[in-house]
Design a protein around this ligand. Sequence first.
Ligand code: NAP
Length: 248
Amino acid sequence: MNVLQDKVALVTGGSRGIGKAIAFALADEGAHVAVTYRSAGAAADAVVKEIQSKGCKGAGYQSDARQFVDAQNIVDAVVKEFGRLDVLVNNAGITKDALLMRMSEQDWDDVLDTNLKGAFAYCKAVCRQMITQREGKIINISSIAGVIGNAGQTNYAASKAGLIGMTKTLAKELASRNIQVNAIAPGFVDTDMTGKLTPQQKEMLLNIIPMKRTAKPEEIAGVVVFLASSAASYMTGQVLCVDGGIVM
Ligand code: NAP
């Protein structure tokens, strides 16, 4: 029995990396999955085809997470196409790293607008639908940078800490409506985002990870499936660090 049979999920930033692995893991459990992407249309098309090859419905939507009005349009389109919306995964995210003294206002705004305001827009857009359905799961992909900070990532850490505050607050607002809101804080995951690190930076990272390895995107996706499933029905407002033991 698939644990998400015929549930409908929306994953922002599902064209690559962790979002793509999340989309596949949800479909492997029987969910129909819509993904958004910013510019990688061909990659998103391939993700949709793979979801469909698993016997589920899939759809891809071009949408810039920084555009507030896009979120409601995408959610409306998903509900029209699939008939409902059970799971929202706010995954779309970027980094624009620099020490604070050298960080530009533009780099601050881009990261906060994409990672935090984008998630706010999608949370707001799904609320009414989930309240009408009397159930729903919202999963925000934060980062351990939002829990313990990371030099060179003031903008990113602030956005990810903001996501945690938003998760806990929205969990309280929606708990009585049978909507659970949780966050995952990954450590270092093998994706394009961490592909930019130099070998020296990677070496330093491995030294602070008790498990002495980075994560595969699938190791984050598995935790999303858990939070989206009825196995996590009594959990809300939580932040699960999936980081090989860095935060403990
Ligand atoms: P990634 O490989 O760089 O993929 C980012 C995804 O987000 C892509 O699908 C991209 O779409 C989408 N995206 C970026 N900006 C967008 C925008 N403005 N509007 C809509 N979509 C946008 O990143 P990742 O490593 O998989 O990271 C996924 C999430 O996990 C992020 O929130 C990240 O902060 C978080 N995270 C990652 C790590 C890590 O080590 N990798 C650790 C902790 C947390 P396009 O393909 O169209 O550009």
